[in-house]
Design a protein around this ligand. Structure first.
Ligand code: FAD
Length: 298
C-alpha cells in the first residue's frame, strides 16, 4: 500500500485488523467465519498474534496459512524473540517466509507467565530492533523476494513499560526505523491526544514512518480492564460505569467509544486505523461502517 509507505494523504482512510489463533475447535470455526467477513471488508492486512498470553506458536502459522489460502487478505505475522535463540528465531522467520508470508510485526514479546523482565531468559532475548535486522537479513538471502513484504514494530504512546521517559521511547522507536522498520503499530490507548502528541513528538525526533493507531472496541468490563492495563492508563470513567450498569456486557458502548476515538484520530492526521478484533467481526465492521470507511457494496 503506497500511502502507508510514503505517508502521503490517502483519499479514503485505510484500516487493518488483528486476530489471534483460536484455542478450541469451536473457536476455530467461529474465527474462520469472522475472518471471511473481515477479509471481505478489504483491509490493508490482517495481523496474527504470536505466543500472546501463552498461546500455541504453531497455531499462529496455521492461521497465517488459513488467511493465505482461504481469504483475499494480506496476512501479517507477529513474531517474538522472548526465550528463543538467534538460530531458532532465524529458522522461524524462514518458516514463515516459506509459507508465503512476508510481512512481519517484529516484537520482543511479553515475559512468559511466571517470569519477569529481570529473568535472564527475558532480558537476554533479542530485542525488536535486532529482530527487525534479522528479518531484513532473511529477505536479503532471497534476492527474488527482497522487495516483497514490510516490517512493522510496536510503538507506545503512553510509554513502554520499561521506559523512564518520553525521549527514551522516541529514541527507541527511531532506532527501530533505522533498523529497517517501515511502519509502527501502537499499543492500545483511550484518548486521541495521547496518540497525536506522541506522533508529533516522534516526528520532531526524526520519525518518518507511518504510525498506525491500535484500537479495540471493548464489549465487556473485563476487556476494558485488560485494555487499561496495556494502555497504562485508567479506563474512561463514563465508559467503565456504563458497562457496569449494563451488567458488564455491552458491545455497542465499545463501538461508540471507538467510533469517536477513530474519528478524532483520522481528523488529526492518522493514516489508518488498526483494529484489534478480539476475533469478532461485528464490532469492528460497525465502527468502519459508521466512519464511512467501507467501500460501497456492489
Ligand atoms: P522491544 O522494543 O524490543 O523492547 C524490549 C526491551 O527493550 C525492553 O525490555 C527494554 O530493555 C528495551 N526498551 C524498549 N523500549 C524502551 C524504552 N522506551 N525505554 C527503555 N527501554 C526500552 N506480545 C506477544 O507476545 N505476542 C504478540 O503477538 C504481541 N503483539 C503485539 C502487538 C502490538 C501492536 C503491541 C504494541 C504489542 C504486542 N505484544 C505482543 C506485546 C509486546 O511483545 C510487549 O509489549 C513487549 O514487552 C515489548 O515488545 P517490543 O517489541 O516493544 O520490545
Amino acid at each position: 500500500n503506497a500511502t502507508l509507505l510514503t505517508g502521503s494523504a490517502p483519499t479514503r482512510a485505510r484500516f487493518s485488523f488483528e486476530v489471534f489463533p483460536a484455542r478450541s475447535g469451536a473457536a476455530a470455526l467461529a474465527l474462520g467465519h469472522a475472518v471471511q467477513h473481515l477479509s471481505a471488508a478489504g483491509p490493508d492486512f490482517i495481523s496474527v498474534t504470536y505466543g500472546a498470553n501463552g498461546s500455541n506458536r504453531d497455531a499462529s502459522l496455521d492461521l497465517l496459512r488459513y488467511l493465505r489460502d482461504h481469504t483475499d487478505a494480506l496476512p501479517l505475522a507477529h513474531l517474538t524473540t522472548v526465550g528463543e535463540t538467534r538460530e531458532a528465531v532465524r529458522a522461524t522467520i524462514h518458516g514463515i517466509m516459506d509459507a508465503g508470508v512476508h510481512d512481519f510485526l517484529a516484537l520482543r514479546g511479553d515475559p512468559p507467565r511466571g517470569s519477569t523482565e529481570a529473568d535472564p531468559l527475558v532480558s537476554g532475548s533479542l530485542s525488536a530492533l535486532e529482530l527487525t535486522e534479522l528479518i531484513a537479513e532473511a529477505r536479503a538471502e532471497r534476492p527474488a523476494l527482497t522487495s516483497v513484504g514490510r516490517t512493522a514494530v510496536a510503538a507506545y504512546p503512553n510509554g513502554h513499560p520499561m521506559s523512564r521517559s518520553r525521549s527514551e521511547d522516541l529514541d527507541w522507536l527511531v532506532a527501530k526505523q533505522e533498523a529497517g522498520a517501515q511502519f509502527a503499530i501502537t499499543q492500545l490507548f483511550f484518548e486521541a491526544e495521547e496518540y497525536l502528541s506522541f506522533v508529533s513528538d516522534a516526528r520532531d525526533a526524526g520519525l518518518r514512518i507511518p504510525v498506525l493507531p491500535g484500537l479495540m472496541p471493548v464489549s465487556t468490563s473485563a476487556q476494558l480492564r485488560k485494555v487499561a492495563s496495556l494502555a497504562g492508563r485508567p479506563a474512561p470513567v463514563l465508559l467503565e460505569r456504563a458497562l457496569e450498569e449494563a451488567g458488564g456486557y455491552a458491545p455497542e458502548l465499545g463501538v461508540e467509544h471507538t467510533i469517536r476515538l477513530a474519528g478524532e484520530l483520522l481528523a488529526g492526521g492518522a493514516p489508518s486505523v488498526h483494529l484489534y478484533t478480539f476475533n469478532r467481526h461485528e464490532q469492528v465492521l460497525a465502527v468502519l461502517r459508521e466512519l464511512n470507511l467501507l467501500a460501497p457494496v456492489g
